[in-house]
Design a protein around this ligand. Structure first.
Ligand SMILES: [Zn+2]
Length: 427
């Protein structure tokens, strides 16, 4: 089923207009955006969104981490809040939709509530998190980690490539880093988080569906594998006597691809994205090869199984070709699942819209990943053209985005209308 024309409660034209207007700040080329975290452009964008929040009747402020927060006060302002949002910073060569639709879609959802006279039971907060992308200071999810008390030592001293520290950048942005220390961690007052985001992959397009419900964010395992053989003259060493590290690596890479494909329909992915060969000469048998491994899956036991199988394969290949090897684990994070009750709420409201979005997992990280450690969360994905993202060619249609924002609105309204608050939604 392909749904193309949108009808719903939210104001599709207003949402589209705001997305367009925001994309002019830091515009590159015809459709690209460069809005690095805490830059002049980022500040301009945040102030524009803040003005829209105020126009919608929200109380808006910027916290010491550079997060923009707009509050719609509910009947019980001390009850755990429902938070909606994403980010508006971009990659240096980014698109108009990544993060943006999650912030402006959330604002549209809340503005629609205000305009219809709906008062939620708890406060609803719309958030534009600071520095999700992490390209300027080489570490992302800054704002959301700050808000939830998960910053690491030395983060304010991290420098961008011009030698400006994050602390200085925050000051230039208008924040006071001195307030960060001891800033009240808000984790226990957040009841749930909903994020609307473009898929950044090709699944929804292939299913001809405008939106999808996310099951969880898959956890990656990152390795650096090094295989060592022995160099020799490419013209003289007979084949049976060779210890060719590249032939070994090639077999491992092909095996990884086969292992990741084994369960048809599973969201497992495996990638070798970087490889280096030593001494890298056409006349020398490769002596040393190192390559990266990236395995992701939403099912932790299946991912553990793949890891074990790949390890065994590396060992077999090394024995077959007379190689030694080492494996360094660079990252290992667990999958984080969306809350069942939120998925149920999204499914029920999608049903009311007359659509049945498929469930899919998220390979990339999002602000939701950090939020998952402090509250229940759910995500809605919007179809994007050819799965392209982190690229000026990134595109989602106004109708598809409107479908996502409408589902966000309906789900937030259902949660907001529960008299027992978020606690009662869980039961
Ligand atoms: Zn994003």
């Amino acid at each position: 089923m392909t749904v193309s024309v949108f009808t719903g409660a939210i104001n599709k034209e207003r949402l589209h207009r705001r997305i367009e207007e925001l994309s002019l700040i830091g515009k590159i080329g015809d459709t690209g955006v460069c809005r690095l975290a805490l830059s002049k452009e980022d500040r301009e964008a945040v102030m524009l969104v803040k003005s829209w929040m105020e126009e919608a009747g929200l109380e808006a402020f910027i916290d010491p981490f550079g997060n923009l927060i707009g509050v719609l006060e509910g009947a019980n302002p001390v009850a755990p809040v429902l938070m909606l949002g994403s980010h508006i910073d971009s990659q240096p060569y980014g698109g108009r939709f990544d993060g943006v639709i999650g912030v402006l879609g959330a604002l549209e959802a809340v503005q629609t509530m205000v305009e219809s006279g709906f008062v939620p039971m708890m406060n609803i907060e719309v958030v534009a998190f600071c520095d999700e992308e992490g390209c300027r200071f080489n570490k992302g999810l800054f704002g959301v980690r700050g808000m939830t008390g998960k910053l690491e030592d030395g983060e304010l001293a991290r420098m961008d490539k011009n030698g400006i520290t994050r602390g200085e950048a925050l000051r230039q942005f208008g924040c006071d880093p001195a307030l960060i220390d001891g800033y009240e961690v808000t984790a226990d007052r957040i009841g749930a988080f909903l994020e609307l985001h473009i898929e950044q992959g090709p699944v929804l397009e292939s299913l001809e569906q405008p939106i999808g419900i996310v099951s969880g964010i898959s956890g990656p395992v990152w390795w650096t594998v090094e295989m060592n053989g022995f160099a020799g003259h490419a013209g003289s060493v007979p084949m049976p006597m060779r210890r060719d590290a590249l032939v070994g690596a090639a077999k491992v890479i092909a095996a990884l691809d086969a292992i990741a494909r084994e369960t048809p329909g599973a969201p497992t992915v495996g990638t070798v994205g970087s490889l280096s060969v030593f001494p890298d000469s056409r006349n020398i048998i490769p002596e040393k090869v190192s390559f990266t491994v990236d395995f992701r899956d939403i099912d932790l036991s299946r991912r553990n199984g793949l890891e074990a199988r790949l390890l065994k394969k590396i060992d077999e290949v090394a024995a077959e070709h007379g190689l030694t090897y080492s494996i360094r684990e660079d990252t290992k994070s667990d999958p984080r699942y969306c809350a069942d009750w939120i998925k149920d709420t999204l499914r029920a409201e999608a049903d009311n819209m007359g659509i049945s979005p498929p469930e899919l997992m998220s390979g990339p990280f999002h602000d939701s990943l950090t939020m998952s450690y402090v509250c229940d969360y759910g995500m809605i994905f919007v179809r994007c053209k050819e799965g392209i993202s982190h690229n000026p060619k990134e595109y989602s249609s106004p109708d598809d985005i409107a479908h996502g924002a409408e589902l966000l609105y309906l789900a937030a309204r259902r949660i907001g209308g529960n008299e027992g608050g978020i606690e009662a939604c869980r039961r």
